[in-house]
Design a protein around this ligand. Structure first.
Ligand SMILES: [Zn+2]
Length: 331
């Protein structure tokens, strides 16, 4: 969007000078050449950067008249970006850690005196994602992390956002929590997965102590072929779910049957609204019934059917008490 107003005045000025004083190529002292000015919008106001640019005066040097910029400029902002890295980090944190929407992030930035458009927020979010991708793809850094722990335990899973979509395959190290490889594949054949494993195996600097997956047959096969000596465990969540399958099925069936009996709360509520009768008590009961019906619980440890039964019983008992006290309820 075109800016309609002039940029406000800088709240402070920072002068950046290069630490390196001699030419990197020939070693001769560099000369002070000119000054670049740049304004960065940070969380702590608008900062005017004054960058002192140097160059090598040696005619025979490959670095002759090549600008040498202060090293510290990279910690302020990305090249050609108006916003500081602190703003990008905040936007990323709000989005991915606190699950805020673009609109909410926009509001928060406004509150911190950063007047931006919502489109700018999306733009900043894209920069954040790029930086994260860059960090995850930095194998040199990963090697250092993994070497320190001397082994890895691989977790493998495929995530499909929707039916018919590509599957995002992620191979992670359980010990450090680092993502070692992520790739989208249209199909998940034996050969496709084997290629992913082979790639990770190639650059891993430490031995693989174990592998964990949901036990999908194609993964089992590939792990046994690619890493024959590696123990392959079932993920605890999937293990528990498999073990509790029978209880879960019985619970789900019970919930379905219970739901059949409890239908009609919405119709009852709407009838009351249509009659223009604002019966608070009635509405309260309808709301309680509705929320009980839509509460799915967290299988397998939290049985949704049992919970529904408890909640419906509580509502029933409450209604019985009302009747005892002589209250009047519509059928
Ligand atoms: Zn030089």
């Amino acid at each position: 969007m075109v800016r309609r107003s002039a940029q406000p005045n800088a709240t402070r000025t920072e002068q950046l000078v290069g630490v390196q004083r001699n030419c990197l190529h020939c070693g001769r002292g560099m000369w002070q050449d000119y000054e670049n000015r740049r304004r960065i919008r940070t969380l702590n106001g608008l900062v005017q950067l004054r960058l002192k640019i140097r160059h090598c005066p040696n005619l025979e040097c490959v670095g002759y008249r090549q600008p040498y910029r202060p090293e510290a400029k990279g910690q302020w902002a990305l090249p050609q970006q108006e916003f500081g890295l602190d703003v990008i980090a905040l936007v990323g944190q709000l989005r991915h850690q606190e699950h805020r929407s673009v609109g909410e992030i926009h509001q928060q930035l406004q509150q911190r005196n950063l007047c931006v458009s919502e489109r700018t927020v999306s733009h900043l979010l894209a920069r954040y994602d790029e930086l994260v991708a860059l960090r995850l793809g930095d194998r040199q850094r990963l090697r250092t992390v993994l070497q320190a722990q001397q082994q890895v335990v691989l977790a493998i899973d495929g995530l499909q956002p929707d039916v018919g979509h590509e599957v995002l395959w992620v191979i992670r190290d359980c010990l450090s929590g680092e993502i070692l490889l992520s790739r989208t594949l249209l199909s998940a054949t034996h050969a496709d997965l084997a290629a992913l494993f082979e790639e990770v195996k190639q650059w891993l600097p430490v031995p693989i102590a174990g592998a964990i997956s949901d036990g999908q047959h194609s993964i089992r096969k590939v792990v046994s072929v690619a890493f024959p000596e590696v123990a392959h465990g079932l993920c605890q969540f999937h293990y528990l779910r498999e073990a509790a399958r029978q209880i879960y099925d019985a619970d789900r069936h019970a919930k379905k049957e219970l739901k059949k009996q409890a239908r009609g709360a919405r119709t009852l509520e709407q009838q009351h609204l249509a009659d223009d009768v604002t019966d608070e008590v009635m509405q309260g009961y309808c709301q309680a019934a509705r929320s009980a019906l839509t509460d799915d619980g967290r299988p397998p440890l939290d049985a949704a059917g049992l919970r529904l039964q408890q909640r419906v019983s509580a509502i029933e008992q409450s209604l019985a008490r009302v009747e005892q006290k002589g209250g009047c309820l519509n059928p």
